[in-house]
Design a protein around this ligand. Structure first.
Ligand code: ANZ
Ligand code: ZN
Length: 581
């Protein structure tokens, strides 16, 4: 009879054999070619599920093959251990997020071991350990010092039930992705990472990422969303203010018959003050604050707006045009203001029809005559310029440049590029995350925690509040501290924690030297192991996690440059990036 595979006999025997010989432990060995296989690390939810088994089995097959081919193989495993589910589970089960997380890690580690996956378990990391998040706190300080991390008051999607800010991607049909409660807009002071500084670099390198599936790089490119156009200035009538707009269609400026500002635009309040529209504007702004303010969100609401009681001057025609605030204009894109051209843009067209605003045709398609009174839709295609003064008769493509140049001569315009990509808001009003290492002092304002005080440890024994929400703001022993700058004793720590995507943005670097104590990673180890040769993970992370990781790689490299630049003047981040693996 044929001998059957009996896991109960075979697995323990061979797993013990592998373990005794330390077969999967690796160190840098310059005499051998390296191979780094990275699997998306799991969230310690409690049990390994079949999705994990599938993902990790594929990886295991590949690394065993590579080992047999003689490669020095890095195949690590760890835990993406911070995050909201731990808090919710802890409330439900009357336990503590730390206890829940560490229990789950133990259980899942045992399951993975039983599967016989060939990991170098000596490299295991858990992102909720201070030895790990100490270094992202360190990087945060470097980013802060160099203007890469900053704080601003901004509207966020807020879920009352989870007591947290949600990323736009976590809002599904106006509801929280986790608890399905309606989401509303709330203004909070938030920390941001300036990922937009790297927008162009991240975009250009989409085409230089060897082995990345096109599907993923296309998603990243669309996410970054580069638009080439012009920034044009409109003078406010009878006031010493200017409105700047971003447009991809400077050729249509003679058809701009009104102006629309985002309700969050700082000029909205200034401009309507003292006009009889002030109250109507305030009502409208408040109403829009309950709507989802994202590109995707825009489609969901009827386009509407209110006149703000003032006019501005169209720089091309010299005419006075009314200024509106409208819900389809986003503050976070371009300049937060648009010149509205109803003949060329469908949203503007609908708006003009709704509020009886002038529609003036400025681009006529070949062999057709659009009539503003009978048009049923905006025309966005190519054509010949009409009603556009000296530009009449030109094809509109040529006019784009010509009009921008003409306005530039008058100091009213310039070429501009806009990206859809927004800065990365990393503040979470949650408990189970890495504390943001800053102190608020009544005299000094925001003061960075001195590097030597890192890590700022999350108290692992805090009791969760029954209603949800972070207990950190209620914990005096965490919150109360001394201002490192002036010594005042009533300073307080920031009680927000970092988005868990921060941890997952650099774990692949930490795996190269997981016990390293003098920095995020040992540069020599990273030089040997990086880059990852094969990554296995879900495509659902194509735009957030994977884009953030690429950004973080740049920050880590740049932070080395930030540190070095005083020592070797003339060294540029470009040169550094060119050297990156
Ligand atoms: C005038 C115009 C005339 C426009 C026309 C379009 C067609 P993309 O390609 O996506 O970059 N826009 C600019 N900032 C905006 C904001 N913050 N919120 C909503 N819409 C905004 O789109 C650029 C166009 O989107 C810009 O060009 C502007 O409308 C609008 F026939 O300006 B356009
Ligand atoms: Zn102080």
């Amino acid at each position: 009879m044929e001998e059957r595979y009996n896991p109960a006999d075979v697995e323990p025997k061979w797993q013990a054999f592998w373990k005794d010989r330390g077969l999967f432990k690796v160190t840098e060995d310059p005499s051998k070619e390296k191979y780094y296989l990275l699997e998306m690390f799991p969230y310690p939810s409690g049990k390994i599920h079949i999705g994990h088994v599938r993902n990790y089995t594929i990886g295991d097959v590949v690394v065993r093959y590579k080992r047999m081919q003689g490669y020095n193989v890095l195949h690590p495993m760890g835990w993406d251990a911070f995050g909201m589910p731990a808090e919710n589970a802890a409330i439900d089960n009357n336990t503590h997020p730390a206890a829940w997380t560490y229990d789950n890690i133990r259980a899942m580690r045992a399951q993975l071991k039983k599967m016989g996956f060939s990991y170098d378990w000596d490299r295991e990391i858990a992102t909720c350990r201070p030895e790990y998040y100490k270094w992202e706190q360190w990087l945060f300080l470097k980013m802060l010092e160099n203007g890469m991390a900053y704080r601003k008051e901004s509207f966020v999607n807020w879920c009352e039930k989870c007591q947290t800010v949600l990323a736009n991607e976590q809002v599904e049909q106006d509801k929280c992705w986790r608890c399905s409660q309606p989401v509303h807009q709330k203004k909070l002071w938030q920390w941001f990472f300036k990922i937009t500084d790297f927008a162009e670099d991240l975009l250009v390198h989409c085409d230089l990422l060897p082995g990345w599936p096109d599907k993923v790089t296309v998603m990243q490119k669309n996410w970054i969303g580069k638009s080439v156009g012009s920034e044009l200035k409109f003078q406010v009538a009878d006031m010493d203010e200017e409105i700047e707009v971003f447009t991809t269609r400077p050729d249509t400026i003679f058809g701009a018959t009104f102006m629309c500002l985002a309700p969050e635009h700082p000029l909205v309040e200034t401009l309507c003050q003292g006009t009889d529209q002030a109250a109507a504007v305030a009502d409208f702004v408040e109403k829009v604050a309950t709507q989802e303010r994202s590109l995707e969100g825009l489609e969901k609401y009827e386009k509407e707006g209110v006149f703000i009681g003032r006019f501005c001057i169209n720089p091309a025609t010299g005419e006075k045009i009314p200024i509106y605030t409208a819900n389809f204009v986003l503050m976070g894109y371009g300049t937060g203001a648009i010149m509205s051209v109803p003949c060329g843009d469908q949203r503007d067209f609908d708006f003009a029809r709704k509020y009886n605003l002038e529609i003036r045709v400025v681009v006529q398609p070949q062999g057709e005559t659009l009539d503003p009174d009978t048009m049923e839709a905006a025309y966005a295609g190519p054509g010949v310029m009409v009603n556009s003064g000296r530009f009449n008769g030109m094809d509109n493509d040529t006019a784009m440049e010509a009009i921008t140049d003409w306005l530039a001569e008058q100091g009213r315009g310039k070429k501009a590029i806009s990206y859809r990509l927004r800065d990365w808001g990393i503040s979470r009003q949650r408990y189970w995350g890495a504390p943001i290492p800053v102190i608020h002092c009544p005299d000094c304002g925001v003061v960075p925690v001195p590097e030597t005080d890192l890590p700022i440890t999350l108290p692992e024994d805090a009791n969760l509040l029954a209603k949800g929400g972070s207990p950190l703001p209620t914990l005096d022993y965490f919150k109360q501290t001394i201002c490192p700058a002036c010594g005042r004793e009533d300073a307080r720590r920031d009680t927000d924690t970092m988005d868990t995507f921060v941890e997952s943005s650099w774990y692949y670097l930490r795996y190269c030297s997981p016990r390293y104590e003098s920095g995020m990673f040992d540069p020599d180890a990273v030089k040997y192991w990086a880059p990852v040769d094969q990554y296995i993970g879900g495509v659902e992370h194509a735009v957030l996690h994977l884009l953030y990781s690429r950004y973080f790689m740049r920050c880590c490299i740049t932070s080395a440059w930030w540190t070095l630049r005083n020592r070797s003047p003339g060294c540029s981040p470009r040169a550094w990036c060119a050297k990156r693996p």
